[in-house]
Design a protein around this ligand. Sequence first.
Ligand SMILES: NC(=O)C1=CN([C@@H]2O[C@H](COP(=O)(O)OP(=O)(O)OC[C@H]3O[C@@H](n4cnc5c(N)ncnc54)[C@H](OP(=O)(O)O)[C@@H]3O)[C@@H](O)[C@H]2O)C=CC1
Ligand SMILES: CC(C)CCC[C@@H](C)[C@H]1CC[C@H]2C3=C(CC[C@]12C)[C@@]1(C)CCC(=O)C[C@@H]1CC3
Length: 340
Amino acid sequence: VVGFQPGLTKMKLVVLVTGANSGIGLALCGRLLSEVPEGLQLCLACRNMHRAEVARSALLTSHPTAHITLLQMDTSSISSVIKAAQEVRLRYEHLDYLYLNAGIMPNPQLDVKAFFKGLFSSRIISMFATGEGILTQQDNVTSDGLQEVFATNLFGHFLFARELEPLLCHTHRSSQLIWTSSSNAHRSAFDLEDMQHRRGTQPYSSSKYASDLLSLALNTRYNKQGLYSSVICPGFVMTNLTYNILPSFLWTLLMPIFWLIRVFTHTFTLTPYNGAEALFCLFKQKPESLDPYAKYHSLTSGLGKNYTEPKKMDIDLEMSELLYKKLLILESHVKKKNSL
Ligand SMILES: NC(=O)C1=CN([C@@H]2O[C@H](COP(=O)(O)OP(=O)(O)OC[C@H]3O[C@@H](n4cnc5c(N)ncnc54)[C@H](OP(=O)(O)O)[C@@H]3O)[C@@H](O)[C@H]2O)C=CC1
Ligand SMILES: CC(C)CCC[C@@H](C)[C@H]1CC[C@H]2C3=C(CC[C@]12C)[C@@]1(C)CCC(=O)C[C@@H]1CC3
C-alpha cells in the first residue's frame, strides 16, 4: 500500500477524498495539507493508479512531510467499491471526513440555440450560473447494468459510505460526508420513478439533484450516530470535466469574458483552488452547526476574494426518504447479484 504507515491513524484526522487526482479534488487536498500539514492522514481514492501516483508526488513536492496514501476505487463499479471499502476498514479505525467528489459528465452537448435564446432573456444570469436548459449528455450503461452517471456520481458513493458505516458512526466523535454537488442540480431533471435517468438527456443534473436529496436522508438516518452529511457547489470551474464541453481553444478565447462575468456572478470561481473553497470551509466547521437543507456554495468576487455562502436547496424530506428507500433496495439487489 503506497505510503501506508500502521499506527498513524490513531492520532491524526483521517480524510478520504474520491476523485482526488485532478481538478477540485486535488486542489482540496493541497489546501488541506497547507492548513494541517502534520495532523492529517490523507487518502486519495482514484480509479487510475498512475494518475493517483502523479497527484501524490505533486502534493509531496509542496508538502514533503505529509502522510498521503492511495486507494484504488472506480465509483462506477460495484465490486471495486466493495473491495475499496474492505481495504479502508482494514487500514483505519475511524474516518473523520469522507469527501464524495468523483464525478463525470460524459459526452456533453451545448444546445447553442437554447444558449442564444437564453442570452436575450431574463434567464441570462441563472443560465450562466447553473447551465440550466443548455447542456445535455449521452449516458452509458456499466457492466453492472447501471446508468454510468448515476453509478459514478451517486450510487457508488452511497454504497461506499454505507460499507464504511463502522468507521463513520461513533457516539464519542463526529464524522462528515461532504458531497460535491452542483448548481446544475435541478428538480426538473430528476424523476423518482427513473432515479438512474435512463430515459432523459440530463443524467448529470439528475445525479446531482439526487445527491442533494440523499444528503438530507443521510442526516435523518445518521445524525444520532455522529455522522453528518453536507453538499457543496464549487461554482463553474475550469477542469477536465468542463474542458470536455467545448474545444480547448474556445475556452482560452472565452477566458477574458469569464473574468468579466465574474463581476456580475460570483459563481464563476474558475480555478480548482477557488472551487474547493466550500469543501475546505466545511472542513473547519462544526458539523452540528451546518444546515441539512442548505447547499454551501464556493464564490469568488470580481476582485478574486473567495468565500462560502449557504443557499436553501429545492428539496423536501418526503422525496429524500423515498429516494433513500429506493437506493436501499438497489443496494440489496446489487449485493445479491455480486454474491456479497
Ligand atoms: N468543474 C465544474 O465546473 C464543476 C464540477 N462539479 C463537480 O466537481 C467534482 C469534481 O470534478 P472536477 O474537478 O470539475 O473534474 P475532474 O474531471 O478534474 O475531476 C473528476 C475526478 O473524478 C474522478 N472520477 C471520474 N470517474 C470516476 C470513477 N468512475 N471512479 C473514480 N473516480 C472517478 C476523475 O478521475 P480520472 O482522472 O481518472 O478521470 C477525477 O479525479 C465532480 O463531482 C463534478 O461533478 C460540480 C460543479 C461544477
Ligand atoms: C460563448 C459561449 C459558447 C459560452 C458558453 C458557456 C457555457 C458553456 C458555460 C456557461 C455556464 C457554464 C456552467 C457549466 C458548464 C459550462 C457552462 C454552461 C456547468 C453546468 C458545468 C458543470 C456543473 O456542475 C455546473 C456548471 C454551471 C455553469
